[in-house]
Design a protein around this ligand. Structure first.
Ligand SMILES: [Zn+2]
Length: 453
């Protein structure tokens, strides 16, 4: 053999030996894993990716039941609410914002701020800047503070919000993955909650599951207004919603169990927006203020709160004259409180510059504004109701207090009574459960549970 041939044979042998050795190494690698050359820095990156994939996902399913006063639960047969109390963390002393009215209350829960910042002073209100009257608005552009569904989307989570006040018709850079174009009126509660569950069931992307789902049901609010908070009709409505929620919850948890990874956690959050107080007297807003036929003012009342907006076409000294004249007139009615916008109690957080009235007139528990009286007042009995109302300052009326339940699956929270909480804590609490930062401007302390990281 020539010398060159020997070199070629040597090289071939070497290649063969190395090849066999590599084959043996590769066979030691478990099937399905691609072997890679990993530099130390890549290894670090690789490690972070792995950690992120293993990080537990928290899903929050937040349902609001309208007008649920805590004592209803003691008067009604409520196996599902009992289950939430026994296994969860709950408050039967959840204080809403002022006014304890559906729209501002829901918006404060979602945004973590008061009316002054979020700009929704009532279910119906006027805006002095635009000259528009808004009645049960469904336009989320009216929000002046960031709701939790936007906060979550902005930080990369997928969100569905169906039926929550002012989650409709979303626009902008960070809209929820699912929302309604407008508030769906007249839907039975079973269907309202069922739509959210069906949507979740149909959303099967396992790589990026929905992390925040928000829904709403009417609950005992309507019978509370119609028949009063002490009525049997209220109790029947509470028992009905308890049964619906119980069935709904079983399906939710079964679905979550199917899709979860072992370290994941699921929170079922159930809150309400206000309680309910018995009404004995109806008060006519126009006749009380003497501005019934006046072109100088726009009167918009919701429950016991009247916003009186003075026409901006009037010279300012004339507006001041009407304001003072009305205040003087109202002094004759000792049950009435009236505050110019600039003198509203700061703890109400109610002085929005253009959507709160120039004058805010409030009635105490037992009274509500109504168009029914032919004079200034009429008994609720003679007016055939409403026999129940909310909207009173929570500090003045303990019946405005409502409920909040936090239920964790699979590790329960242990039946903890959280004591007093307030609505401004809900946004930061849900943000914390989701592992995101609350919206800028929120000041509420997140609610502490036993052992959340
Ligand atoms: Zn309500």
């Amino acid at each position: 053999m020539k010398r060159n041939d020997l070199i070629v044979l040597g090289v071939l042998t070497a290649v063969l030996v190395v090849g066999i050795a590599m084959l043996l190494i590769q066979r030691r690698v478990p099937p399905g894993i691609e072997q890679q050359h990993i530099t130390p820095s890549e290894a670090g990156y690789h490690g972070r990716e792995e950690a992120r994939n293993d990080e537990p996902h928290t899903t929050v399913y937040w349902v609001s039941i309208d007008g649920l006063r805590p004592d209803y639960l003691d008067r009604a047969h409520t196996p599902f609410f009992d289950f939430l109390r026994e296994t969860g963390a709950y408050s039967l002393e959840h204080e809403p914002v002022f006014p304890s009215v559906t729209f501002p209350s829901h918006v404060s829960q979602a945004t973590g701020v008061t009316v002054r910042q979020h700009g929704i002073p009532a279910n119906r209100f006027y805006d002095l800047e635009t000259g528009e009257l808004h009645s049960y608005p469904g336009d989320s552009r009216l929000l002046e503070a960031e709701p939790i569904w936007t906060t979550a989307v902005r930080q990369g989570l997928r969100v569905a919000s169906l039926g929550w006040v002012l989650a409709h018709g979303q626009t902008g850079d960070h809209v929820a993955d699912f929302f309604d174009p407008e508030f769906p009126r007249g839907l039975p509660n079973e269907e309202r909650l069922g739509r959210l569950l069906d949507l979740w069931r149909g959303d099967e992307d396992p790589g990026d599951p929905l992390r925040l789902l928000m829904g709403y049901a009417v609950g005992p609010d309507s019978p509370g207004h119609r028949h009063g908070p002490e009525s049997d009709e209220v109790i029947a409505a509470v028992e009905e919603i308890d049964a619906i929620l119980g069935r709904h919850y079983e399906e939710i948890v079964a679905l979550w169990n199917e899709r979860r990874s072992p370290p994941d956690a699921f929170y079922f959050v159930l809150t309400s927006d206000h309680g309910m107080s018995e009404v004995h007297t109806l008060v006519h807003p126009g006749r009380l203020t003497g501005l019934e036929d006046s072109d100088d003012a726009i009167l918009v009342s919701v429950g016991p709160v009247l916003n009186l907006y003075l026409d901006r076409a009037l010279p300012s000294d004339e507006r001041e004259r009407v304001l003072r004249q009305t205040l003087t007139r109202l002094e004759d009615y000792d049950f009435v409180r009236a505050h110019p916008r600039e003198e509203l109690p700061p703890e109400w957080g109610y002085a929005h510059p253009t959507r709160t009235g120039d004058l805010v007139v409030t009635l105490p528990p037992g009274y509500t504004f109504s168009g029914k009286p032919e004079g200034i007042t009429l008994s609720a009995e003679e007016g055939d109701g409403p026999f129940g109302m909310h909207g009173y300052a929570p500090a003045d009326d303990p019946n405005m207090t409502t409920v909040a339940f936090f239920h964790r699956h699979p590790a329960p929270l242990g039946g903890t009574d959280l004591g007093p909480i307030d609505s401004l804590q809900l946004h930061p609490t849900v943000a914390r459960l989701l592992g995101i930062s609350p919206a800028p401007g929120t000041t509420g302390e997140p609610i502490e549970f036993n052992d959340i990281k």
